[in-house]
Design a protein around this ligand. Structure first.
Ligand code: FRU
Length: 491
């Protein structure tokens, strides 16, 4: 079905209860609803927004188009949790409602100040000729959860030299000032990031464009920038659009990644850093956002999806989910990402086995499932390649393996189930040199997240297998390997 502009930009005030109920019914009948990931009640979810720890709880909003699996009038949907694992759907955070966000309450971030959670976001507007004008807006959430928008935008204009692709403020506090990075496009249609400064979150000064070592031509737009310091190092995370695929890298329609360097020089507005790394080597990952919690952990959540791609759930009236929260650490210029420790709370019934596999495939009886956590540790390997087949059915399987000969981790969804996005390839790989390989894997009804060697690399992908594709197998080719496998049901 083609969605018209009118349908995409309809106000929720004009939508009646029966229509929403019919849509929810369609959504709830979908065989691919997730069981422990944040997913939209109806319609489309995209970027995580306003991720923060405030008043004893984690708050995580997301970009939401309630009426169907397309990008239309964006709202902020509100979820919260005490443990990063069990999330409560609070409901609508806020809707586009005024002349400064009339065509979408776009992405932004949250920060606590004087007992309130401030949410700074981009108000997207369009004029009669469909020209865009972005405003950076502010809303405040009280401890009781009520959210009030400020009457006027806090940054009403785009600084000169940049186009109307100017959005996604991420705020942090340093010394006496608040700072915000905003994703921007230069007039010559290259991507960049700019810095603002404020004492009170309402009065913002443009500081300038952040100088990086990425050159003047690193994609045509940088979305969802994020800056933070970890272990004394400066980390800049962003989602550049327009990078070319090269070797195993940048295979998805858009990328998201980071650079690590010394802390940002706020006087020279400069970041000195190492090479760009992709955050996730799988298929469905974009627009991540981080926060720091009361325990001092830096936690990242991403959108498990990508723009401009049709997904098999579309016909069921919904699309996408968020990734599990990952704790970040930095080692030798690279981010490591580990599922937050609280995810162990989900561990239910456990089965385990040790196997020696030689030139063959072993079916693990009693290890079936479509929702579980699995840890596989391989050692003593001489095999050319070894790994796991998951969600195995008559004609389906999803492969996670280590190609020891090429020293690459491989994630293959060629036969995972209902195909989609095949034009971007169905296999993802990345180089990793190690003698011992471990895969910590979270399988939900329609997704897989693979944390390789304690989070040195992560592969995330949606998959859409049949209901009965629940087998788990382990294999080795061209030699042998030992493997120890533990699987927990998810409670
Ligand atoms: C990234 C993005 C952001 C924008 C939002 C709109 O996916 O395009 O740049 O704020 O989505 O939903």
């Amino acid at each position: 079905m083609e969605w018209t502009k009118e349908q995409r930009y309809r106000s929720m005030d004009d939508v009646n209860e029966e229509e929403i109920q019919a849509l929810s019914k369609l959504v709830n009948q979908c065989p691919w609803r997730q069981s422990f990931h944040i997913q939209p009640v109806t319609g489309l979810l995209n970027d995580p927004n306003g991720f923060s720890y405030f008043n004893g709880e984690y708050h995580l909003f997301y970009q939401w188009f309630p009426l169907g699996p397309v990008h239309g009038l964006k709202h902020w949907y509100h979820t919260k949790s005490k443990d990063l694992v069990h999330w409560e759907n609070v409901g609508l955070g806020f809707a586009p409602s005024n002349e400064f966000d009339s065509h979408g309450a776009y992405s932004g971030s949250g920060i606590e100040h004087e007992g309130k959670l401030y949410l700074m976001y981009t108000g997207n507007t369009r004029d009669d000729n469909w020209n865009r004008h972005p405003y950076q807006c502010l809303a405040e959430m009280s401890p009781n959860g009520s959210i009030i928008k400020m009457g006027a935008p806090v940054i009403p204009d785009v600084p000169s030299g940049y186009t109307d692709h100017f959005r996604d403020p991420k705020v942090w506090k340093q010394g006496d000032f608040f700072y915000a990075v905003i994703g921007a496009q230069r007039e010559n249609e290259t991507g960049s990031v700019v810095l603002y400064r404020s004492r009170d979150l309402t009065d913002w000064q443009f500081v300038g464009e952040v100088k990086t070592g990425l050159g003047e031509d690193f994609g045509y737009m940088w979305e969802c920038p994020d800056y933070f310091e970890l272990d004394g190092q400066g980390i800049f995370l962003f989602s550049p659009q327009g990078l070319k695929a090269e070797g195993d890298s940048c295979q998805n329609i858009y990328q998201s990644g980071y650079v690590v360097g010394s802390p940002i020089d706020l006087e020279k507005i400069e970041l000195k850093h190492g090479p760009f790394h992709e955050l996730d080597r799988g298929f469905d990952f974009y627009a991540p956002q981080t926060t720091v919690d009361h325990l001092g952990r830096r936690i990242l959540v991403g959108w498990m999806g990508l723009p401009e791609i049709d997904y098999p759930t579309d016909k069921h009236g919904w699309a996408h989910c968020l990734t599990l929260p990952r704790e970040l650490t930095v080692k030798e210029g690279k981010l490591f990402q580990q599922p937050v420790d609280e995810l162990k709370l989900l561990r239910g019934e456990k089965v385990e086995t040790s196997q020696k596999v030689e030139n063959g495939t072993i079916c693990l009886d009693n290890f079936d499932g479509d929702v579980y956590e699995l840890l596989a540790e391989f050692s003593g390997s001489t095999a050319e390649e070894f790994g796991l087949e998951l969600r195995v059915g008559e004609n389906e399987k999803t492969i996670v393996k280590y190609d020891r000969a090429a020293k690459k981790v491989v994630f293959d969804r060629t036969m995972s189930g209902e195909p989609f996005a095949e034009e971007f390839g169905t296999v993802r790989k990345c180089r990793l040199e190690a003698e011992r390989i471990s895969f910590r894997i979270f399988v939900d009804v329609s997704s897989i997240e693979v944390f390789v060697n304690d989070g040195e690399e992560v592969f995330t992908g949606r998959i859409f297998p049949g209901k009965n594709s629940n087998g788990i197998r382990v294999f080795a080719r061209g030699g042998q390997t030992n493997v120890q496998i533990v699987k927990w049901d998810i409670k």
